[in-house]
Design a protein. Sequence first.
Lengths: 213, 213
Amino acid sequence: MASSAPSRVVETLRDEILNGTLAPGARLRQEDIALRFNASRQPVRDALRQLEGDGLVNLVANSGAWVSKLSESECFEAYQMREKLEPLLISRSIPNLKPAQIQRLTELVSEIERATDLEQFLRLDREFHLLSYAGAAPGMLREFVERIWNTTQHYRRAFAKLSGFATSEVTHMEHKLILDGIVRNDSAQAERALEAHIRRTRVTLSEHKEIFN
Amino acid sequence: MASSAPSRVVETLRDEILNGTLAPGARLRQEDIALRFNASRQPVRDALRQLEGDGLVNLVANSGAWVSKLSESECFEAYQMREKLEPLLISRSIPNLKPAQIQRLTELVSEIERATDLEQFLRLDREFHLLSYAGAAPGMLREFVERIWNTTQHYRRAFAKLSGFATSEVTHMEHKLILDGIVRNDSAQAERALEAHIRRTRVTLSEHKEIFN
DNA sequence: ATGGGCGAAAATGTATCCAATTACAACTTT
DNA sequence: AAAGTTGTAATTGGATACATTTTCGCCCAT
C-alpha cells in the first residue's frame, strides 16, 4: 500500500536535505515538486508545511520556500541544546533497550571505527545515536532531539569533510564509554559520557567557523 | 491591513487553546472553522498544519484534527525540558534586556503578588517569563521554550485551579530571586533561581496526578 | 441479545481554476 | 547617468468541485 502523496514528498525531500542533495538555501518551487511527484500543488504545500514544522524548510508568505540555513550562532545554540537534552533522553531509553538493540549498538561502534568513507561514517554515527534512543517513549523530548539532529546534519557533514571526517581516537573512546554505560545498564555513566561527547564536539566545531560561508 | 487568512486562524485558535476555550481533546473540523472565518478549507488546513508544528494540535491523516493532550508522563517530561532549556535562554537574554523591559519585569513581580483571580495570575506569570526572554535572539532555543509553555499552559491552569492558584510565598520569593539576577545583570544567579523555580514546580505538579483525568 | 459486516453520510484529501502578491525589468524622469 | 516608477511575467494563495477514506448507524445472521 502506497502512503499518501504528502508523506511521499515529505520523506523524499527530508532524505535529500539530510543526505546533502538539497543544500541549505536551495529554493523549493511548488510547481516543480508537484510535477516531479505527479501530484497537484496542494499536497506539496502540505508537505512543505510539515517540513517547516521539522525545521528543515523555511516558508515565506507570498514568496517561496527554501531549505533551512543555520548561522554559526544558531548551530552553536543547537549543540548547546543537544548537550542538555540528549543525556536526558538516553537515560530514559536505556532501561527499555532490548538485547538485540544493544547487540546492534555494539556492532555499530566497531563499524564506525572501521568506517572508510565520509557518508558511511555519517550514516553509522547517526544510526548509533538514534538507536540508542529507541527505548525512550515517543514524545516531545525525542521529537526535539531528532529535530536538532536533522537541522544540524548538513553542518555535521561539512565539518567531517573539513577534518578528513576525523574519526579520531577520542571519538571512538567516547562512543565506547557511552556503549559501556548502556551495556552495564548504568544510565548515569551513559549520560555523563554522552554529555562530554557532545560538549567536545561543540567546542571543536566552534573552531571551524569557515563551515558557515 | 488584515493579515492572511491562515494567520488569522492560527492566532485565534492558538488564543482559544491557551485561554482554555478549546480544551485538550476537542475536535477541530475543517469545514466548521472555514465557515467561521469566511474562508475555504485550504487556508484552514494550512493553519492546522502550523498549529501542529507548534505542538498545539494533533493531525491524523484521513481522520481529523484534535487539540493536543498531554499524558501525565509527557507533562512531566515537558517540565524536565523546561528545567534544562529555560535557564540557558534567560542567560542569553539578560545582557540584551532594555531598561524599560527590566522596569516592566519589576512591576510584574509586584502585580503577580497582588493578583486576585486565577486568569489574571496566569496571564501575568506568563508575561513575566516571556518578557524575561525577550532579549534572546530568535532561534530554536526560544522556539522550543515557547512551545513547552504553550503545550503545558492548560495543565498550568488546571493545577493553579486545584491549589487555589496557590501563589504561595515560595513562588514570590523565587520570582524575586530571578528578578534580582536580572536587575543585577547576574546571569548565573538568574539561571540558578529559574532552574530551582521550575524544578520545584515540577515536583509539586507531580503530586497532583488527578489533573490528567 | 450480541457480534459482525454492509451501506450511507460525513469528513478529509486532491485537482483544477482563478485571484493576489511579488520580483524583475524596462522605461521615464530628473 | 542614476534613481524612481510602472508594467509584465512568474509564483504563491485561495476557492470550488470532485474523489477517497473513514465512521457510524443499521440490518442480518448466529
